[in-house]
Ligand binder design. Sequence first.
Ligand code: MG
Length: 400
Amino acid sequence: MTAPFAAILVAAGSSRRMGDDKLWTDFWGRPTWRWGLDVLLASPGLVKVAITVPADAIERFREALPPTGAERCLVVAGGEVRADSVIAGIWALTRAGHDDETLVLVHDAARPAVTPELVALVVNAVAAGGERAVVPVIPLVDSLKRVRGGRVVAPVEREDVVAAQTPQAAPLGALRAAIEEAHAWGRPITDDAGALAAAGVPVHTVPGDPGNRKLTLSGDLAPMRAVLAERVVALGAPHGVDGGRVGIGFDAHRLMEGRPMRLGGLTWNDEPRGPLGHSDGDAALHALTDALLSAARLRDIGAHFSAGTTPEGADSAQLLERAVSLLAEHGWRPLNVDLVVAVARPVIAERRDELAARIADLLAISATAVSIKGTTSDGLGFAGQEGVAAWAVAAVERTA
Ligand code: MG
């Protein structure tokens, strides 16, 4: 169980050290700052996140919020320096109803490779009790020297120093008091842990993550791209990129006396009429097969299962299973599907659960990911008397 917490994502800094705007650098379809935000939103316990941004960029950030989780995001204007942005985030959280006891994580948006594991480690450490702050640190590998005027004047014991990362965490009230105290005394604030330690709050360390690097120089981009490449699948790609897609399918068949009624992968024994077709004429499964193939950009049912290559009376359930295999070969799997069947008889609702279970079985997904409903089209038109029509929508996702 992770304790509830709020977060401040500091995205207000201008990128003086990198020439262009490092927070908007694209990594695999997502800007730098979105990577850290998406990890926070995916972390158990995250209640609200204040994103502090340049005052003239609030709309730009708002428009790029993820489609799910945006209701937990507050985009607010930050300040000239980091501490002012943290204070702006604190006030935004306070206005949203968070009191001084709220645990707050502060994370630099320029560290896009933060992991959910590190977030959980920091949250658990700050929630462990008492007024305390937590900072993730990593040991330094290079030897350190104190220099003056281009000359080494003293070595620095490597064992005594560590590199501090974010997210850092503290109770909201303690963090605000520490930053305000530093302001009052005119002390420079490099990070939150520094301000908290100076204010007398015990600051505990947890092991940081060497991959959780801060983008500072343009030479950092290529290694960061490599680190984030491994996360693309784990997090799910954003809209418009290759992570998820939907497809639509439609099919209709004429109903004839004496033909077996096949619909939705089931046989309906009491029906006097059944669909006419080269295969068993299962309009629902044909529509679904088309929707899946279409979602994966694998053309349509006719391209793979033509009358020439498919035996007469072929079981459409087998065609659907072959389509699912074809998707798998191309790195796709079904996520969820929705069907509408327009037919006067049989009554879909009478076997709805059985239909959902059968289709789920064919697609190797949960029955809760299958929705199917019938309509009679009020007796009107083709689907009212002469035939059966079906529409399907399928969502697919990448398998790897
Ligand atoms: Mg058909």
